[in-house]
Design a protein around this ligand. Structure first.
Ligand code: HEM
Length: 400
């Protein structure tokens, strides 16, 4: 708590802890703003809902990681954008179309609905594991292992090494902070994936890894692409849901009226998940885009060859689209948020992410309806990247 006798203004809250005031300023500044990365690369930022949605659906915004890297190199030598492993999310058509097509069958509404018992089993066993304790770290003990165990099961990947995946993933996502750690993590992770692929080749199973190996044998993807696919699914499959579970729980304990409302209306959980996703979008910034041709955003022209950041978190808090946008309103009943992106690269795992959110939060609240925060909000640590919005840890008292 701030001291009531203090006369000086409190220190400003850093962007990572609360990005929304800065995003509101960017929206107010105009349809597009120019910011500079720490390395001095100019980036155009789009943060108004209408413009974000249009940009995500506009083929003139490319995503090919190699072309983006060349554009960055032309401005500041020696900067890495972190797109060293090629996968569908940093590819443009036709490669994107081919790669997505290979795995999309595993993520349809029907296939995901069939995974509910698996997600429930994993959820129950994680909650059983923390059962006897008064205080737990909801992120480390629940929100992180849950989606990680699910994606490992789906891929046919050993889950025991999950802490290693998490630390590789962190080093890869925060590549600007420590390029050496990034390079090591990237090498270790891709080497590890290759070893797993060799194991699976020797002993095929009924999993995605086996299907991908068959597709490679049929000439539908290259050796590098299969590694990239597993890399993307492992990172995309957990870095997102873990954030949803952590921030949704935090939002509930900080909004007791909404917490009570959800306990009284458990059938509304699915719509509530959409509001949690809007309120704290786990992927705060879409992956880096660049203009392949001049693009006019309202009255501003972004020339060809510019790097562009598209703020999903900014769009989802735009008051021109969502009345009272900074308030959590669980019965808002508006599924128009952009937390899963939009257009060609819209999240492949959206059904799975939502299912995990529903099962996990439903079970957590069912068992521990009186759960409370066991730390001061301002002491909470957030993931140190502008791309994701998630907590490092979230201490909670299960029994209040
Ligand atoms: C709540 C959970 C999730 C959220 C909020 C989320 C969000 C997103 C967003 C915003 C994008 C598009 C990024 C962009 O356009 O730059 C995306 C793409 C993607 N997501 Fe998710 N995601 C979630 C869960 C998952 C899960 C569980 C998987 C499973 C493996 C997954 C796999 C993917 C893949 C493969 C793509 C790339 C699609 C493409 O390039 O066509 N996501 N996700």
């Amino acid at each position: 708590m701030e001291s009531v006798t203090s006369t000086s203004a409190p220190p400003p809250v850093p962007y990572i802890a609360d990005p929304y005031p800065a995003l509101a300023r960017i929206r107010a500044n105009g349809p597009v703003s120019i910011l500079h990365s720490d390395e001095g690369i100019p980036m155009w930022v789009i943060a108004r809902y209408r413009n974000v949605r249009a940009a995500l659906a506009d083929p003139r915004f490319g995503q090919d990681a190699r072309r983006a890297q060349t554009l960055a190199d032309n401005r500041v030598a020696g900067v890495t954008l972190g797109g060293d492993v090629i996968h569908m999310l940093n590819s443009d058509p036709p490669d994107h179309t081919r790669l997505r097509h290979l795995v999309q069958g595993a993520f349809t509404a029907r296939r995901v609905a069939a995974m509910r018992p698996l997600v429930e089993r994993i959820t129950t066993s994680l909650l059983d594991g923390v059962g006897g304790r008064q205080t737990v770290d909801l992120v480390q003990d629940f929100a992180f292992p849950l989606p990680m165990l699910v994606i490992c099961e789906l891929l046919g990947f050993p889950a025991e090494e999950r802490d290693a995946y998490r630390s590789w993933s962190t080093a890869i996502l925060t590549h600007n902070d420590d390029p050496a750690a990034f390079a090591t993590a990237l090498r270790d992770m891709t080497d590890y994936i290759e070893v797993q692929l060799r194991h699976r080749r020797a002993r095929p199973g009924e999993d995605l890894l086996t299907e991908l190996l068959a597709a490679r044998d049929a000439g539908q993807l290259t050796d590098d692409e299969i590694v990239g696919m597993v890399f993307l699914l492992l990172i995309g499959g957990h870095e997102t849901t873990v954030n949803l579970l952590g921030t949704a729980t935090l939002a509930l304990v900080r909004n007791p009226d909404q917490h009570r409302w959800l306990l009284a209306n458990p059938h509304a959980l699915s719509e509530a998940i959409d509001e949690f996703l809007r309120y704290e979008s786990p992927v705060a910034m879409a992956t880096l885009r660049f203009t392949t041709a001049p693009v006019t955003v309202d009255d501003v022209v972004i020339p060809a060859g510019e790097l562009v950041l598209v703020s999903l978190g900014g769009a989802n808090r735009d008051p021109d689209r969502f009345p009272d946008a900074d308030r959590l309103i669980l019965d808002r009943r508006d599924t128009g948020h952009l937390a899963f992106g939009h257009g060609l690269h819209r999240c492949l795992g959206a059904f799975l992410g939502k299912l995990e959110g529903e099962v996990a939060l439903g079970a957590l609240l069912g068992r521990y309806p009186g759960l409370t925060l066991a730390a001061e909000v301002r002491q909470l640590r957030w993931r140190d990247t502008i791309m994701l919005r998630g907590l490092e840890s979230l201490p909670v008292s299960l029994h209040g």
